[in-house]
Each structure stands twice: as C-alpha cells, then as structure tokens.
Design a protein around this ligand. Structure first.
Ligand code: PLP
Ligand SMILES: N[C@@H](CCOP(=O)(O)O)C(=O)O
Length: 467
C-alpha cells in the first residue's frame, strides 16, 4: 500500500514512513492510493468480536505487512487494554432510533485516546526498529494534547512538544497536559488561538531545514495513523446495530474534520452508512461551506465546546481531494488560496459529491445547553457539550427507518463548568484523576511566532542534529 499526498508533489511512502512523516513534504496530507475493501461477510463476522480484534481487521490492510501481524495484534491489545470499559467504545440508547457512541473511556477521557494509544505504540515500534529518535509536535484545543502527552510520556525514542492556546482550554484539559512532568514532555501555552497553534505546527513541517534537523513528526489528525485508528469504531458500532444488513447514520461533533473523515473512510471501505452528519458549534465554517460552496474564514469565537473552536479544519483537505476526483493540482490551488486570502471555492461537482454523503448542522451554546438538560431529564443521560452539539444536530437529521449514532467525544467531567451551568450537575472526575488539581504544573508561555517555538524546541529536542 502506497500513500500519496493531496497536493501531489511529495514522494509516495509506505505506511511506516507516512506515519513518521505526519505532514507530507509538499504541505499536503497523506492518503492511501486505493481504498481497501471489507466485504459484507467480513463485516457480519465482526459481530461480538473484541474491539482490538476488529481493529486488527480494519487496520491491517493499511499497514500492509510493514509491521508483523503478531506485533500489530500485541500493540492493539495493549492500546485498548488501557480503556476502562470492557467494550472500549460502548453504545448507549437514549431515544427511539438514537444511540450515543461513548468514545471517552480511555486514560484522558476523550475520543483521542482511541487513536493515540495505538499511534504511540506504532511510532515507538518503528523508531525502535530503525534505532532513531523523533521530535513530535502537536497543536491542541485541549484533547489531542492530553491524549498525546499521556500516550507518549516517558518514551525513550520521542520528545513531545504540545502547543495549546493560552487560557482557551478547559481547566481539566490544561491540567491533564501541564501536570505531566516526564522529561520528554514539553507544554507550550501560545499567546494565540488554536488555529495559530496549528498554523505554526504546519509551518514547522514546511521549514524543511528545521524539520530534518530535529526529525520532526506529528500526532495531529494530519497523521494518517490517527485517522486509520478512528475508522474502527464506525465498524464496531454499526455492526452492533445490525450492519451490514441495515444502514446506519452518524452525527459527529466536528472541528478538524478527522473524526468524521474516518467515517467517510469506513464508508469507502464498504460499511453501509446512509449519512454522515457534520455538527458544528458557532464556529460553523463547515456548515456554511456546505451551504454556499465557499470555504470562507470568519474569525473564531470562544464557546462552551472549546475543542471545536476551529476555522482551519485540516482534514477537509482530504475530503476535498476526494471530491476533486483526486486532482492534486486543483486541491493545491485551493489550499494555496486559503493560505493567501482565507477562502476558496469548491466546484459545483465537488460540492455535489460531498452533499450526497454528508449533511451539516449547527448548535449554538443555548441550544447545546438545552439539549444537555432535556436528554438528562428524558433519558437520564449526562452529556459533555461537544456531544450535545452533535446530539442536537442529530435530532434534525433523524429518520424513522435508519438508526442514528451520535459520537460522544468527551466525558462530561472534562467540561464541568459547562455541564453544571446547563444541568446543575457536578460531573466528577474518575478516581485516577481525583487529585488533578493538587498536582504540580509545568508549562512555558511563548509568543505566537514560529521562530520562538522553533528556538524553544531546538534547545530541548534530543533528536536535534545541530547539538
Ligand atoms: C471533545 C471533542 N469533540 C470533537 C472534536 C472535533 O473532532 P475533529 O477535530 O476530529 O473534527 C474535538 C477535537 O478534535 C474534541 O476534542
Ligand atoms: N480538537 C482538537 C484539535 C486538534 O485536532 P486533531 O484531531 O487534528 O489532533 C484537540 O482536542 O486538540
């Protein structure tokens, strides 16, 4: 299996090299050259299998033998052994035809653990085999950072630098990152918003001198290894509701588009998905794009679902490439337009192709709080605000003959203030995090400037060849 860049100017790579690369050298994102297929008999046979076994079946064709099968199985068993629920990602019914897929039973209480616990083991394995070190960078609006730090802490082959927007993550998210004091973990609070963090991360990848000097690698969903691991729960949940014998729909709280893109991949692989619904908060660039055919940046506002306060939605580039019939030149021109002027237009054909598979809707903060309250009253179910954004939009797309699965991306205790204000309930942290507020913090505040971040990293990265 070869991986190609959405911008067409980077070398084709195998799975391990694509995972270590993170972002392609032409600034594009890697995608498999062809979509592996899983037929209906294989999907039916997934019923009642442990999550790690389904993960092995879904991920193996993408790895394509580059990691020995027994090693891959071992990594998956270990990764999902860190989850506190036997099913890893259980489904809960909240209404007739409406189900919530709980993705927050991992060590940091958000869906990012599903991919990050796998990716850290894969990277460690590849680097160990090659006797190499890497410098990992990541941008976070709160959850990617905590999951990545937890998964990579103490690993000998990697140093990890996570940029979060200063003061714009929840206190729980912040402390889950800044109280990890392992030597290979470096927290940067950037004087800017999440998009600024992400732009600096991408620009560091595009500075090839710096990139090669510190052996840069990334763990945001620009990394194909993240997406592939997120495909798995689309299969497990659909199968639990009768797939492949009946279709299901999914509604996904969306920011960087990695999670919902993983659903698109599952569909491409043969999972019968009726519709994928993109749910946004007030930062609704994706819904507007679906309505107008123009991707148009419009400033970020802070909401009660801060992990989705994003305008530059990285993985939309992967969908665009697909909708452009994999025309890399057109995709690159559109992405260059976004960088230069903050917008680009989709062709009518591309927009039409996207609309056949995706729906989109928005929930504002008042609607989100109201849905948290009514679902608690009617179903006795407490949701975090990101899940509630999606739940509200899912209700608009409900169809009587197709089950709707709303992805629950975070535990309510990660966002206690928003949960309390909507429902009057104090969402308590689980026992293993109950002393979070007593732990010592370590964080470095840096200005919103690429050279300041590069200087900081060069001084600390053990893979720095200039030292
Ligand atoms: C809790 C939560 N929900 C939803 C999202 C949005 O997911 P994605 O960026 O994959 O679209 C994020 C951030 O990524 C998140 O942390
Ligand atoms: N909401 C995310 C933003 C980064 O997303 P990623 O999926 O590209 O890593 C976060 O929690 O940090």
């Amino acid at each position: 299996m070869q991986y190609i860049s959405t911008r067409g100017l980077a070398p084709r790579l195998g799975f391990c090299d694509a995972v270590l690369a993170g972002l392609a050298r032409d600034g594009g994102l890697y995608l498999p050259q062809t979509w592996p297929q899983i037929d209906h008999a294989q999907i039916a046979a997934m019923a009642n299998k442990p999550f790690a076994d389904v993960a092995f079946e879904v991920i193996s064709p993408f790895v394509d033998g580059e990691i020995p099968a027994d090693k891959l199985r071992e990594m998956l068993n270990e990764a999902y052994g860190t989850f506190r629920h036997a099913a890893v990602a259980p489904l809960v019914q909240t209404d007739e035809g409406h189900f919530v897929l709980e993705l927050f039973h991992g060590p940091t209480l958000a869906f990012k653990d599903v991919a990050m616990q796998f990716l850290a083991r894969v990277m460690d394995h590849i680097l160990g085999e090659r006797d190499q070190r890497a410098t990992i960078v990541g941008a976070t609006s709160g959850d990617t950072g905590s999951a990545a730090i937890e998964a990579f802490r103490g690993r000998e082959n990697t140093d990890i630098f996570i940029l979060h927007p200063k003061g714009m993550v929840s206190p729980v998210q912040q402390r889950q990152m800044t109280t990890v004091l392992d030597e290979n973990v470096h927290n940067i609070a950037l004087e800017g918003n999440f998009d600024n963090c992400q732009t600096i991360v991408k620009d560091m990848f595009n500075n090839h001198h710096f990139r090669d000097g510190v052996s840069l690698s990334g763990v945001n969903s620009i990394n194909w290894g993240r997406i592939v691991a997120q495909v798995v729960y689309y299969f497990t949940s659909a199968v639990a509701l009768g797939s492949p014998h009946r279709e299901v729909s999914f509604t996904v709280p969306t920011g960087n588009f990695g999670d919902v893109f993983a659903g698109f991949v599952a569909q491409k692989m043969g999972l019968p998905i009726k519709q994928l619904v993109i749910a946004t908060n007030e930062n609704d660039i994706l819904r507007r794009t679906m309505e107008t055919g123009r991707y148009e940046m419009d400033g970020v506002s802070a909401t009660t679902s801060p992990s989705m306060d994003i305008q530059i939605s990285s993985n939309f580039e992967r969908l665009l490439f697909e909708a452009n019939d994999r025309d890399a030149e057109t995709t690159k021109t559109q992405m260059d337009g976004l960088k230069q002027s903050g917008s680009f237009a989709l062709s009518e054909k591309a927009l039409g192709a996207i609309k056949t598979k995706f729906g989109a809707g928005t929930s504002d903060q008042a609607q989100t709080a109201a849905v948290q309250q009514t679902v608690l009253e009617n179903a006795g179910y407490l949701m975090d605000p990101h899940t509630a954004v999606a739940y509200k939009v899912a209700q608009e797309f409900a169809a009587s003959d197709v089950p709707m699965i709303t992805l629950s991306t975070a535990h309510p205790a990660k966002f206690p203030a928003a949960v309390k204000s909507a429902t009057q309930v104090d969402a308590a942290l689980p026992a293993w995090l109950s002393d979070l507020y007593e732990r010592e913090e370590r964080v470095h505040v840096l200005e919103n400037a690429q050279d300041a971040v590069e200087t900081f990293i060069k001084a600390r990265a053990r893979a720095n060849k200039e030292q």
